[in-house]
Design a protein around this ligand. Structure first.
Ligand SMILES: Cc1ncc(COP(=O)(O)O)c(C=O)c1O
Length: 392
């Protein structure tokens, strides 16, 4: 499953791996069917646990199978499962693989939905979480208890773009016999390969770079075959399976992943460089800037950069808001990873319910702006940013 194209390079895998050439089709056709004829083969697959057997689309579908095989091929993973959203993937991992009495070490910098799951839902089921600092692997090690089962990290934090030393986290996880689970949404497998660095499970909100066109919501978990086999019945019980049509769009999006990602990253690096010397900008955050606090770690963990960029507009949140509203090309919208550039201020969106002193302590200072840089012409993006800054 997944790795039969392992002799091929990344771009070739992103185009070809997993695609089902049914009836000679070049692309996997859309199988908009909730259920499948039960043949002897399928009864046998059902009796063997039903994983990757076409029985009923809450279990899997032709289109979800194509996507899982492609993501496994891109991440170098043994097996995987697809979900209806990134949060369905994350909650199924947490509630499916952990039990009452277990403990997780995570970070307050994780995606807001994940933070809510960990602080509001997991404790109701007797699963406790200690928040450490993703930027400091020793803080994770210090938080480990006798009942710790999982270390949970993200490649790159949102929105302040801290880089996690995934390799150092893997050493700690191995030393203590713990599961290492990573959310690799912000870099995609093109930018970071967590399985090769020692992660047991890799999660994606496929809504973002993997889908790449802001037209679907989806999630995926790939990694160790034994863990995915444990996860599969939980996915059936919790029911967060993706629709075949969304899977079709995901597969179509992933076929151009290796063509899109370099443009996202090069555009973001170029705009970061220009913003860094702009008189109306107080601070620019991008992993390719040598003054980024994790520059060295980024060079090792995600050397090709990212399309995610953050900066602080002089004059605080009012100025940032005025700048944002002056933009003509870059859309004011939440989410990331699509071909179009999207911008948001955390103070009135992702971080609106976090009190200002807490936000500021986390680095989300007044004037903070987050941009998901798209694949438009970089000069058009720059022109838009420059004219919007000129008006404040
Ligand atoms: C890093 C990260 N993980 C997970 C999620 C949740 O994904 P979804 O919105 O597909 O449920 C998001 C959403 O923004 C995200 O940014």
């Amino acid at each position: 499953m997944g790795n039969d194209d392992s002799d091929k390079r990344f771009a070739t895998r992103s185009v070809h791996s997993g695609t089902k050439h049914i009836e000679g089709a070049v692309n996997t056709p859309i199988f908009q069917s909730s259920t499948y004829y039960l043949s002897d083969d399928r009864y046998a697959g059902w009796a063997a646990g039903a994983q990757h057997t076409l029985i009923y689309s809450r279990l899997s579908s032709v289109n979800s199978e194509a996507c899982v095989e492609k993501i496994c091929a891109l991440e170098g993973a043994e097996d995987g499962e697809l979900f209806a959203s990134g949060m369905a993937a994350i909650s199924t991992v947490m509630l499916g693989l952990l039990s009452n009495g277990d403990h997780v070490v995570a970070s307050a910098d994780v995606y807001g939905g994940t933070y809510g799951l960990m602080t509001e839902e997991l404790p109701r089921f007797g699963i406790s979480v200690t928040m450490a600092d993703m930027q400091d692997p020793s803080s994770y090690e210090a938080a480990i208890q006798e009942n710790t089962r999982m270390l949970y990290i993200e490649t790159l934090s949102n929105p302040v773009l801290k880089v996690c030393d995934v390799e150092a986290m893997a050493v700690i996880a191995r030393k203590h016999g713990l599961l290492l689970v990573i959310d690799n949404t912000f870099t995609s497998p093109w930018g970071c390969q967590p399985v090769a660095m020692g992660c047991d499970l890799v999660i994606h909100s496929t809504t973002k770079y993997l889908g790449g066109h802001s037209d679907i919501v989806g999630g995926a978990v790939v990694g160790r075959k034994d863990l995915i086999a444990d996860l599969f019945p939980k996915k059936i019980h919790f029911g967060g399976a993706p629709d075949p049509h969304a899977c079709y769009l995901l597969e179509r999006g992933m076929r151009t992943l290796s063509a899109r990602m370099p443009i996202h990253c090069e555009n973001a690096a170029e705009i970061a460089k220009r913003l860094d010397s702009h008189p109306k900008i107080e601070k620019t955050i991008h992993t390719t800037l040598p003054h980024h606090p994790d520059f060295e770690t980024a060079q090792r963990i995600m050397p090709k950069g990212t399309g995610m960029l953050a900066f602080v507009v002089k004059g605080g949140d009012d100025a940032a808001l005025r700048f944002m509203r002056n933009l003509k090309l870059i859309f004011e919208a939440t989410s990331l990873g699509g071909v179009e550039s999207l911008i948001e201020c955390p103070f009135n969106s992702s971080h609106m319910f976090i009190p200002e002193p807490v936000r500021t302590a986390a680095g989300v200072v007044p004037g903070f702006v987050r941009v998901s840089i798209g694949i438009e012409d970089v000069e058009d993006l720059w022109q838009d940013i420059e004219q919007a800054l000129a008006q404040i």
